[in-house]
Design a protein around this ligand. Structure first.
Ligand code: SF4
Ligand code: SF4
Length: 55
């Protein structure tokens, strides 16, 4: 299971630069994770200030 970004995302952009495989990108209303690219490392979830990223 890939990690997922919920609507608690405030588009701060912190997670994007921390993902080792570049799976996170900015969307229209929030950031999104490419489920096929995500390797489930959990780094993004640990750096998100609003705990918007869930496993
Ligand atoms: S869990 Fe790891 S690989 Fe998946 S989106 Fe987050 S930082 Fe990237
Ligand atoms: S770190 Fe959290 S709040 Fe910031 S862009 Fe990523 S998911 Fe959104």
């Amino acid at each position: 299971m890939a990690y997922t970004i919920t609507d608690k995302c405030v588009s701060c952009g912190t997670c994007e630069g921390e993902c080792p495989v570049g799976a996170i990108s900015q969307g229209d209303t929030q950031y999104n994770i490419d489920a096929d690219a995500c390797i489930d490392c959990g780094t993004c979830a640990s750096v998100c200030p609003t705990e918007a990223i869930i496993a």
